[in-house]
Design a protein around this ligand. Structure first.
Ligand code: ZN
Length: 85
């Protein structure tokens, strides 16, 4: 068989549970990372959930939240991280 497609072996996905950044409800997501375990992106498997674009961490938000709610929650989380540092 010469028509078999090569899979991109450098990438791996793993299933994880992550809480919605706004309300904390847990969702099943797939995290995509490269061969060096660098976070590349994530896909939310639960219906209605969606990933928040982010460089380093998989964040999830339930689709029913308003953009402002999500932005406020992201800001709250990062403010907290900076204070703890
Ligand atoms: Zn939520």
């Amino acid at each position: 068989m010469t028509s078999m497609k090569k899979r991109p072996s450098a990438l791996h996905t793993k299933g994880e549970m992550h809480g919605c950044i706004v309300c904390g409800k847990l969702y099943q997501i797939y995290v995509v990372s490269d061969a060096n375990d660098k976070f590349l992106g994530c896909k939310v498997m639960s219906v209605g959930g969606g990933p928040i674009p982010n460089d380093d961490h998989p964040l999830t938000a339930w689709g029913k939240h308003f953009d402002q709610e999500i932005e406020a929650a992201v800001r709250r989380v990062y403010d907290k991280l900076e204070k703890d540092d």
